[in-house]
Design a protein around this ligand. Structure first.
Ligand SMILES: [Mg+2]
Length: 249
């Protein structure tokens, strides 16, 4: 059976969270200049964003909806125009690939079946894939509302993939690693350099081992032969790292 690599997109293939973090920092500065203490504004934004995510999912639109709601709550409706400009930028900014992706992804596609699995708004996520010019390497693209155990089981069935011959590769323990392990997949964790507070989570000790890499290019050391392999022998214990967070989507 052919090996299937399910690949996360945001902060695994391309930069994403840094743009949101820049907007948050600018938003907090603007509120501070209007007399709102940063700690209060940050907590209000966190609470509002978590509530909106549960209803509307991930991506720039729910994020900017949260910004607008917080601005109204804190009596700063004059920020509406600025928030709209941020939303346009977040939806259309140029794509910056993560280190090693441009060189490694084409080679991985020659030896594996690649399926993109990403959270968020389909139009927004497919737009990023188009701007990244990486679509040709994937046999399928899945934009899902949430990445949980049921999601991974559904993906295995839909793509007729065997869990033991499948890998989920991404930067989020909560979304890419732990639920995929619970569904029986092999996993590769590639930590991201900035994180989002949304999902503090240790890598689960349940399920198979997790291969931990420093960057995307190291996938070439493990997935460029055409045989279906057992999990690589070279592993670092994910427990050597402290609490992990995930970036947006
Ligand atoms: Mg990600």
């Amino acid at each position: 059976m052919q090996r299937t690599l399910f690949l996360d997109a945001d902060d695994t293939l391309w930069e994403n969270n840094i743009y949101f973090e820049r907007v948050v920092a600018a938003f907090l500065r603007k509120l501070q200049r209007r007399g709102v203490p940063t700690a209060i504004a940050r907590q209000r934004l966190w609470d509002t964003e978590q509530r909106i995510i549960r209803r509307f999912g991930y991506g720039s639109h729910p994020f900017c909806r949260a910004l607008a709601e917080v601005a109204r709550q804190l009596a700063c409706p004059d920020l509406t125009g600025w928030i709209y400009e941020q939303q346009k930028f977040l939806a259309h900014h140029p794509i910056e690939l993560m280190p090693g992706v441009a060189q490694t992804l084409p080679a991985l596609a020659e030896c594996n079946r690649l399926i993109l699995v990403t959270k968020g708004d389909p139009e927004e996520q497919l737009g990023k894939l188009h701007r990244a010019q990486l679509a040709r390497y994937f046999t399928a693209t899945e934009v899902v509302f949430e990445k949980n155990v049921a999601t991974y089981r559904r993906l295995l069935r839909r793509h007729r993939a065997h869990a033991a011959h499948s890998w989920m590769i991404g930067n989020s323990p909560r979304s890419d690693i732990n639920p995929a392990k619970a569904a029986g997949l092999n996993t590769v964790f590639i930590p991201y350099h900035t994180t989002w507070q949304h999902e503090l989570e240790e890598i689960s000790s349940n399920g198979g081992h997790t291969l931990v890499l420093d960057h995307f290019g190291q996938l070439a050391d493990h997935f460029l032969d055409t045989r279906v392999l057992s999990p690589p022998a070279t592993r670092r214990s994910p427990r050597s790292r402290s609490a992990h967070q995930e970036s947006r989507a």
